[in-house]
Design a protein around this ligand. Structure first.
Ligand SMILES: [Zn+2]
Ligand SMILES: [Zn+2]
Length: 222
């Protein structure tokens, strides 16, 4: 997501908030959103929350806690005036999962984060005093600024920051896919799958904050 679309997203959120937040809480709720204005993850969460208020009555988010994250998928708890709600968030979208006290029911999600079951989730994450405040991704220097992979994790497929293991160039831009596959272009799904397989065999280069953040132009302080 580009900075411009983040700006658009923030505008939409501000509009939604006019209807979702009680007048007397609006300023405080807005300044909370401002803290995360360059963060696609938080903005997606705000957008989903203010579009579909979980309890259907005026409410606003006062705190965000990071429960866990993996491969650019974040499990975040939003504390509002009424309750603590769980959201599953990526740079693409946010999904409401329910109240923190109810835990997570979806097995697919529990499996993804390697959490045994709902009770284990509640025991491990139910008490927010042990959780860390969610910090904007652009301030979290240990995450890929584009796909949010952590150090040691693979980038999301297609992330422009992934390094090519054959030429050390930018994997989304270099010519290795054509040379390796001995083709002018890869048009068929099968070609792309075959290339992915070769790439996995060669060994994808995971994100490394120390190495990769030096190369990435970080936007100046505001
Ligand atoms: Zn990445
Ligand atoms: Zn290459």
């Amino acid at each position: 997501m580009t900075i411009q679309t983040l700006g658009e997203r923030k505008k939409q959120i501000r509009l939604l908030m006019k209807y979702a937040v009680a007048e007397e809480h609006l300023e405080r709720a807005k300044s909370f959103v401002n803290m995360y204005e360059n963060d696609a993850i938080a903005l997606n969460l705000f957008h989903t929350f203010y579009s579909f208020l979980p309890d259907g009555c005026d409410d606003s988010i006062e705190e965000l806690h990071l429960l866990t994250r993996k491969q650019g998928v974040f499990l975040i708890c939003a504390t509002t005036m009424h309750a603590d709600y769980i959201y599953l968030v990526t740079t693409e979208r946010a999904e409401f999962l329910g109240k923190l006290t109810d835990g997570i029911w979806e097995e697919e999600i529990l499996n993804f984060f390697r959490i045994a079951d709902r009770d284990t989730f509640i025991k491990k994450y139910g008490d927010l005093s042990h959780a860390s405040t969610y910090t904007p991704v652009n301030e979290a220097k240990d995450l890929c600024p584009v796909c949010s992979a952590a150090s040691g994790e693979h980038h999301t497929s297609g992330c422009p920051l992934e390094i090519c293991p054959w030429c050390d160039g930018q994997l989304t831009n270099c010519n290795c896919r054509f040379t390796i596959m001995n083709k002018d272009h890869l048009e068929k799904e099968a070609h792309i799958d075959a290339f992915q397989k070769l790439l996995n065999e060669k060994g994808r280069i995971p994100f490394d904050a120390e190495r990769d953040m030096l190369a990435y132009p970080v936007s100046g302080d505001h």
